[in-house]
Ligand binder design. Structure first.
Ligand code: KG4
Ligand code: ZN
Length: 372
């Protein structure tokens, strides 16, 4: 990390930042979202639809998601523009998540964004969805002060579970991640076993409030191991084993609540341990940041707040609506990319030629700023 990569996140509206507002699109999973941001990061409008068609299947069905994005996006973009009070011609750039994620949805969002950018004669900025989560904590107003690089990001969602050293825009070092399920996936699967709806995380947290977190002795997978990888599949199996004696009989509510509370506590304990290791793998991090749907969990948040305090670090988590998938973070990441380009005397990027990618390793993001 170079000293000049430690910079303020107060956004200077510079020569190569977009001169006017930018429209951002998110469509990598089951949220269809649009946002309009001013060049300084002020949110001028945001709209989001969480697709409900997947609940009956107990998980996101990629083909249904892609079709729903296609049906929803044009109207959502129009309404977002309307609520910002702007006209289409006022937009200076268009950004969209172009990976990683479900390819059908990514193609819909990227094609829509590119089409609009071409029609307007403005640049299209391709945003890596994970990069957008990683930078979302720097959105103006999220942190009281300036969130400087490098910080530790714990990304815990339905599809991702990893620790990243965020060292600068385009500079992300993966310290560790899950070797099986993502944390949210584990919450969803256990919730399903307990007869709760989907997505299971919020329902499980609600039920756990009635339960005793020490009622069941559940394993703490990988706790104490070197590095900061995660594993949740053993916990899921342990819950299944506890359920065996009940067979197909309805589960008594108190048992379900005790299992939910014990599972939630085990996840929080394991994450605390893994994040402690991740902090030790970084040189002087400025903050502990959490993002992704599971970062909404209050037991986990309390646990991470305590951990950060022990390390004399602030704990930063974007508000819930910006923790889960959204278009504001996509727009903000695009602005950060433009600012980094400006710092390097590069023009606003135009990624019209870039194809959506179901996999898009963060390690490739630095290449954007390297000379061609
Ligand atoms: O980030 P997100 O909205 O979507 C992606 O997966 O990218 O995360 C959704 C995940 C789901 O697995 C959901 O069950 C979990 O986040 N989740 C929670 C809570 N709220 C959402 N898990 C635990 N506790 C919660 N309060
Ligand atoms: Zn996400």
């Amino acid at each position: 990390m170079t000293p000049d990569s430690i910079r303020s996140n107060a956004y200077p509206v510079g020569k190569t930042s977009p001169e006017g507002p930018l429209l951002a699109i998110e469509s990598s999973c089951d949220e269809t979202a649009c946002a309009i941001l001013a060049p300084d990061g002020t949110i001028l409008a945001e709209r989001l639809i969480s697709q409900e068609d997947h609940a009956a299947f107990g998980g996101v069905v990629p083909e249904i998601a892609a079709r729903a994005h296609l049906a929803l996006l044009p109207d959502l973009a129009r309404k977002t523009l309307e609520s910002s009070g702007l006209r289409r011609s006022d937009l200076s750039a268009v950004a969209a998540s172009t990976g990683p994620g479900l390819i059908g949805g990514l193609i819909v969002g990227a094609s829509f964004g590119k089409g609009l950018a071409i029609a307007l004669g403005k640049p299209f900025i391709a945003v890596n969805h994970i990069e957008a989560h990683a930078l979302s904590a720097r959105l103006p107003g999220v942190f009281d002060g300036q969130l400087l690089f490098p910080y530790l990001l714990l990304l815990v969602s339905g599809g991702h579970c990893q620790c990243l050293a965020v060292e600068g825009v385009g500079h992300y070092r993966r310290l560790g991640g899950t070797i099986d399920d993502a944390a949210g996936e584990a919450f969803d699967k256990v919730a399903k076993m307990l007869g709760l709806g989907w997505p299971g995380g919020p329902a499980l947290e609600t039920l756990a409030r009635e339960g005793n977190p020490t009622a069941f002795a559940l394993p703490r997978p990988l706790k104490g191991r070197a590095g900061c990888d995660f594993s949740f599949s053993g916990l899921k199996t342990a819950i299944a084993r506890q359920l065996e004696p009940f067979g197909s009989a309805p589960l008594p509510r108190q048992v379900a609540a005790d299992l939910a509370a014990s599972f939630q506590q085990a996840v929080a304990d394991v994450i605390r341990d893994r994040v402690t290791h991740a902090l030790a793998m970084m040189e002087r991090p400025t903050a502990l940041v959490a993002a992704g749907g599971v970062a909404a969990n209050s037991v986990l948040r309390a646990c991470l707040t305590g951990l950060a305090a022990e390390h004399s670090l602030p704990f930063v988590a974007p508000p819930l609506r910006l923790c889960t998938d959204n278009a504001v973070m996509v727009g903000w990441a695009a602005l950060e990319i433009c600012r980094e380009a400006a710092r390097r005397d590069l023009p606003v990027p135009d990624d019209r030629a870039m194809r959506p990618r179901p996999r898009w390793p963060l390690a490739e993001m630095a290449g954007r700023f390297e000379p061609a």
